[in-house]
Design a protein. Structure first.
Lengths: 158, 158
């Protein structure tokens, strides 16, 4: 069954991953989108502030998006349509060979008054490595279709 | 000459791009990182809330990172090391065939007291399409090496 605004109650948690951080993919992403020496190869990485080759932070974000699209949240009726991201923090470097997993917590929601068929749902994303260390977190607002009229116990609309 | 904290005075603007949004690259990025129908092909895009195939918002961010690494800001002495992103907003869809450019404005900075050789520099990123329409904006904090001791006219450290 497709997920609608009504299904995404604050407190629900969706799990994603694991996904492998492939060495060749780190190199290819860096070459196209973030060609800095510490992303491109191990030797330059070892001499950098990171002390090792590390993935672009934008690749960690993209891999986390893939974990989201593979999670049960991929059943959102209108697709995963992001509006805004806040507090995106790269807590620790991600390295070739790491394995990531993610948690997506529904933390808030409001129906739209300007576009009655939709609401905004807020989620907290947390990405962990294979040691259970937090590597990235962010807060995301998504546009989600509603199934029907507001219920009496729902949060006020915006 | 390498750029240090002292060179990144609030008010300085760095320009990036243009960069083309290649159709095959939109498909490949979507297939790996954001495999939703409206990112993957034109027919599904036409039937979606966007009315057309659109690039993943994370690809727009990644392409903007590439414009940053190709801009004069790539001369930062320790590389472009992002710490945090706030207020990342996707204002308009980006479509295959678009051409993007970007502006990076230095908006604030503070020396680190906990790590005396570095400071945090805040930049506002704005990404535009070929029509001059804003497609993405964000605020970014970067870690930047200092050249020497604080000057009397500098902002207070953190």
């Amino acid at each position: 069954m497709k997920l609608h605004f009504e299904d995404l109650t604050p407190g629900r948690v969706f799990l994603g991953g694991p996904i492998d951080v492939d060495s060749g993919e780190v190199n290819a992403f860096a070459a196209r989108y973030d060609p800095q020496p510490f992303h491109l190869d191990a030797t330059a990485g070892a001499q950098s502030v990171f002390g090792a080759q590390v993935a672009s932070g934008w690749q960690t974000a993209a891999l986390t998006m893939r974990m989201l699209t593979d999670s049960p949240l991929n059943q959102i009726a209108n697709g995963l349509v992001g509006l805004q991201v806040d507090k995106l923090v790269w807590h620790r470097p991600v390295k070739p060979g790491d394995s990531l997993r993610a948690e997506f917590d529904i933390v808030g929601r409001k129906r739209s008054q300007s576009r009655p068929g939709f609401g905004v749902v807020n989620a907290a994303w947390r990405t962990y490595n294979q040691h259970g260390e937090l590597v990235m977190s962010l807060e995301n607002a998504m546009w989600v279709a509603v199934r029907g009229p507001a219920q009496p116990d729902e949060e006020p609309s915006i």
